[in-house]
Ligand binder design. Structure first.
Ligand code: FAD
Length: 382
């Protein structure tokens, strides 16, 4: 017999975006379910550098989050960046911290926070079919037909291959706005400091960088990404391009001389903004990677996943207050995304295109950044 479970809001996906929506709605009085196909703790291929805006937004939603999260044994607080280019190094110290936490730990930490702070109904390790709108409800069934979930609306927080985005927003991969990215873990890296992110720029494939981000346990997350159309047009192999970094840079060679690969290279897609197409409509809102909100310059998306989730939570409250779940009523979510996220992504895209057309600009920036004043100027703006 089929078990029918009725809710006000269904959240598909329990990554940073899904968990943030659940936390936002914790005092709303709404009956919320969060469903994820994976069993937790689950890994997610990622560089794992968290911008401060993710933590600040979670702090707004859940006061005390920052101190809990920075006290979590798997979190590192980063205050410095070493930028490498053509064997030159620039050191930056930031006023604002960024964070790293392995996604297997971060996402489980967030899910446990949802469990302890909210009444959200949570089911993980569940295979779901396509969502449908029937009789003014969103209906989702498990693929084995044993369970049915209904909600007045659904939040698509189900990542880069979102089933909600494919079904309700007809999303497909746009190779010009999609990164193929890989990462591995290493230990025993020479000079790795737990408070310093390192990036190694090169101009082999236009504007590009390899990251070495320290994570807990003395390891580093090491990886890079390339635009999908560049990969397919030039028949590039991400594995080979990854190796090339180490062949071409003496600094990297030395740094990794005795390094041990503790987890092999793995890849995943990153849907980039800002032209992300449909982000919402009748009875659905897309957040995070499902809405394609990663930054085209840096490839980072956790911050925008969390911010978009908060904006979606606000839209959910408006919908229930007005009992209006129509496409036109979702306009305020589109507007909020535009102001809070998309304008910034448009600026990043312009910068990314400008630099990749004129890679010599990196030489100029490096030349200027030898001056302390110029570095202070940059540090005061990030
Ligand atoms: C190699 C790489 C490096 C990156 N580096 C960084 C970085 O350093 N910093 C940064 O900020 N961002 C980085 N990103 C981007 C970042 O990983 C994403 O932007 C972020 O994970 C988006 O969060 P999300 O909650 O939207 O989606 P996800 O974290 O992908 O979570 C989606 C969840 O939905 C679940 N799900 C999927 N389909 C279904 C379904 N049909 N039914 C139920 N559940 C489903 C999944 O199991 C998953 O738990 C990187 C990405 C890659 C690939």
């Amino acid at each position: 017999m089929k078990a029918i479970r009725e809710f006000d809001v269904l959240i598909l996906g329990a990554g940073p975006a899904g968990c943030t929506v659940a936390l936002f709605l914790r005092n709303s009085g709404l009956k919320v379910a969060m469903l994820d196909k994976a069993e937790f703790p689950r890994d997610k291929v990622c560089g794992e550098l968290m911008h401060k805006k993710a933590v600040e937004t979670l702090e707004e939603i859940l006061p005390g989050f920052t101190s809990d999260f920075t006290g979590f044994s798997k979190t590192l607080v980063l205050k410095k960046t070493k930028v490498h280019y053509k064997e030159q190094v620039l050191d930056f110290s930031w006023q604002n911290a960024s964070y790293t936490c392995k996604r297997v730990d971060l996402d489980n930490y967030l899910l446990n926070t949802v469990k302890s702070k909210t009444d959200t109904y949570i089911q993980t390790g569940i295979a779901l079919g396509k969502p449908e709108i029937k009789d003014n409800k969103v209906v989702i069934e498990t693929t084995d037909g044993t369970q049915q979930f209904t909600g007045k609306m659904v939040i698509g927080a189900d990542g880069a291959h979102s089933i909600v985005a494919k079904t309700f927003a007809s999303k497909t991969v746009n190779k010009e706005q999609y990164l193929g990215a890989v990462r591995a873990y290493y230990s025993n890296i020479e000079g790795l400091s737990p408070d310093t992110a390192e990036v190694f720029f090169n101009t082999r494939n236009r504007f590009n960088y390899l990251w070495v981000f320290p994570v807990s346990g003395g390891e580093a997350n090491v990886g890079f990404g390339l635009l999908s159309n560049n990969i397919s047009k030039n028949k590039l192999s991400l594995k080979d391009e990854f190796k090339n970094y180490f062949i071409e840079s003496d600094i990297l060679k030395k740094k990794f001389e005795n390094a041990v690969e503790t987890h092999p290279l793995e890849g995943f897609g990153v849907p980039l903004g800002p032209d992300m197409g449909i982000s919402c409509g009748e009875r659905f809102l897309l957040v995070g990677d499902a809405a394609a909100l990663s930054n085209p310059l840096s490839g980072t998306g956790i911050g925008n996943a969390v911010v978009s989730a908060k904006l979606a939570g606000e839209q959910v409250l408006r919908c229930f207050k007005s009992n209006n779940f129509s496409d036109s009523f979702m306009q305020s979510y589109r507007d909020a995304l535009q102001v809070n996220i998309v304008n910034g992504l448009q600026q990043s895209l312009k910068t990314q295109r400008f630099i990749s057309k004129m890679p010599f600009l990196l030489d100029l920036v490096f030349f200027l950044a030898r001056s302390k004043r110029f570095r202070h100027f940059i540090q005061s703006r990030v």
